[in-house]
Design a binder for this molecule. Structure first.
Ligand code: SIN
Length: 356
């Protein structure tokens, strides 16, 4: 081989090697997480999604980009679950009432009327063995659960007053896609209508349905108070979220990045639970100030009557949800109650030292 041919080739190879070594490192494209949800940005879930984006992008130093799509902009309720499973989006936080159509009916535990006497019981259920068991059920669906977010207890609204049980008779009430919620409305004598969240405002406005149930933050940010003359503060049921990701996407992330995102999610969950009640209290104040809706606080005696009418729903769903899960939730509630009683007794003792 002639030296004149070898030399330029060698020079090119050397030049390429040198330029490779000295070129500024090309920034890798960030991994995109599309996070789709159906509520407004100024709700507990909306604010938490934005907070997670901030933490994830900062702490990953740009290796991850989180695109948040609020207000059903990208997908409606049912579509978003399918989109997650096929990998068209990577992260969602659906209401716990929307897992039934996926074939995991045990999540409907959270829809049982009056099952959570307080938030402490709720958080213990979410963060303990019950929550863990629920997340294992998602595995077979190609979904990984990352955390449970709060919203709040639900209130009833309609264009006619909802005071006694008789007031529900024949009313068309919009519900989420949960068989428990269907049974709940039937037990009240109403006619349940499943509907996507994005369609509720216009359905109420046009009289397609007469009323609905939701925590105040959702009711206010969707302007439902503009088309609902009556609101009953009943706290008869609960609405919260499971933050979920596409299992393959999550499993394929580099381990260090996944750990960073896991921690960002834990911190976001703490943030979310702190703001949930505040957002709901503020929303109630704004609804009252708007003056479009008469707000009625359900008195204790009626609350008892509602409870009596609704408790048979627990028994009716033992098989579908799992008797063990329902019983375990009752036990958690009893433990919380016992703890409160002991704390009260100790406080009382400390305040009144025994006479010698
Ligand atoms: C949500 O909070 O994600 C929507 C709840 C609903 O559909 O009523």
């Amino acid at each position: 081989m002639k030296l004149s041919i070898v030399l330029p080739t060698l020079a090119l190879a050397l030049a390429a090697a040198t330029s490779f070594a000295t070129a500024p490192a090309q920034a890798a494209e960030p991994i995109v997480i599309k996070f789709s949800h159906v509520v407004a940005p100024n709700t507990p879930k909306g604010r938490a999604a934005d907070y997670f984006k901030k933490l994830a992008e900062e702490r990953s130093h740009g290796r991850v980009k989180v695109e948040v799509y609020p207000n059903s902009q990208l997908y409606k309720d049912r579509e978003e679950m399918e989109a997650l499973q096929i990998g068209a989006v990577q992260m969602l936080a659906p209401s716990l009432a929307k897992f039934g159509p996926l074939g995991v009916r045990s999540f409907e535990l959270f829809d049982l009327p009056y099952i959570f006497p307080n938030k402490e019981t709720l958080y213990r259920v979410m963060d303990g063995d019950i929550g863990k068991k629920l997340f294992t059920l998602l595995d077979a669906k190609g979904i990984t659960g990352l955390g449970f977010w709060d919203n709040g207890f639900k209130q009833m609204s309609a264009n006619t007053p909802l005071h006694s049980l008789a007031d529900f008779k024949g009313l068309k009430m919009r519900i989420q896609s949960s068989k428990v919620l269907e049974a709940q409305m039937q037990a009240l004598g109403a006619n349940p209508q499943v509907m996507a969240f994005s369609e509720v405002y216009s359905a109420l406005q046009q009289g397609v349905v007469d009323g609905t149930e939701n925590p105040m933050s959702n009711l206010y940010t969707q302007k439902m108070h503009e088309v609902q003359k009556h609101l009953t503060l009943s706290d008869h049921g609960y609405l919260g979220y499971a933050v979920i990701v596409n299992k393959k996407f999550w499993g394929d992330l580099p381990a260090d990045l996944r750990a960073t995102l896991d921690q960002a999610m834990r911190d976001t969950t703490v943030f979310e639970r702190k703001i949930a009640q505040v957002e709901n209290d503020e929303a109630l104040a704004k609804v009252k100030a708007a003056g479009t809706t008469q707000v009625y606080v359900l008195p204790y005696k009626d609350r008892v009557a509602w409870q009596q009418a609704l408790l048979p729903v627990h028994k009716a769903f033992e098989e579908k949800i799992g008797r063990d899960l329902i019983q375990a939730t009752y036990r958690v509630a009893a433990q919380v109650e016992k703890g409160k009683t002991t704390a009260r007794a100790n406080k009382h003792k400390a305040a009144k030292p025994e006479k010698k």
